[in-house]
Write a protein that binds this ligand. Sequence first.
Ligand SMILES: [Zn+2]
Length: 345
Amino acid sequence: MPVVWDDDCRLHDPGAEIWIGVRTPAVETAARTDAILEALRGAGAPVVDAVPHDDAALLAVHDAALLDYLASAWAEWDGAGLPADPGQDRVVPYVFAHAGLTSSPAVPTAVWARPGYYCYDTMTLIGPGTWEAARAAADSALTAVDLVLDDAPAAYACCRPPGHHVCRACYGGSCYLNNAAIAAWELASRLGEPVAILDLDAHHGNGTQEIFWEREDVLVGSVHVDPGAGWFPHFAGFAGETGGGANRNRPLAPGSGDDAWLSAVSELAAWAAGAAALVVPLGVDAAGGDPESPLQVTSAGFREAGRILGGLALPTVVVQEGGYDLERIGPLVLETLLGLESALR
Ligand SMILES: [Zn+2]
């Protein structure tokens, strides 16, 4: 299947993340997509360039103020001299617009306070190139939509940075624009029929859930490690969250492997079978050995998940999300896409 890529996705270099106050090396790096592209090219997949798109789909799923902030955050931070004094070379919040802080939070005047209005964690740093990369990832997802609405049965968007943790008006979780939501909105509006999003990332796609919470024509299903067992995104992803009726979460206990995971994938696929198109936010961090998740899915499990989703025989856009084991991320994505293709044929 076509692999959509934009070199600008390499421009984002967070350098670090601040986790429980400690500056640690970034795990969401360009080496991730380098490894994926190497594996897919090695298997003979055709790689096509992303095509620039206008902002219509971005504005449909995100607040204009968030987009404006993301586009200008680095220049504003740099212009305020913060890289020199106090010496912070990335945009990172130190205070947050918590619901209890004020009933109507206004965007702070201070440049150093402003990130906390839009960003909900300290792990999602902005530097030079972050916006360009995030925008390129959105273009990649939209280009994959174009391909499946043309004549490709499926297309894979090699998006980086990832997107499924971005809500309508706030970003976090190493994500800046919700590529999968953008793709789903575009598919739903152009088809005029219901679409389904089935999120395989090890972490709950809280942003996608929030964006489509009330929409009955965009089914949002997710299988992920149970946030109640102590895992990101902590505040969302529980089984009881059903939104307007078209949201379904299948949280799994830490340590769950192929049996439990594939059973949830099968159930979600059956639930989504009536949709006119499918978006798959594909994180491969559910694999055993991934440093960011305790799930234990095997390579064969990912191929089987691809086969199950391909069995729906829907126009399918696969969007890259997480996966942090640089040795295995490429082969795991390849296995999933091979499974999907084998069923679509
Ligand atoms: Zn993840």
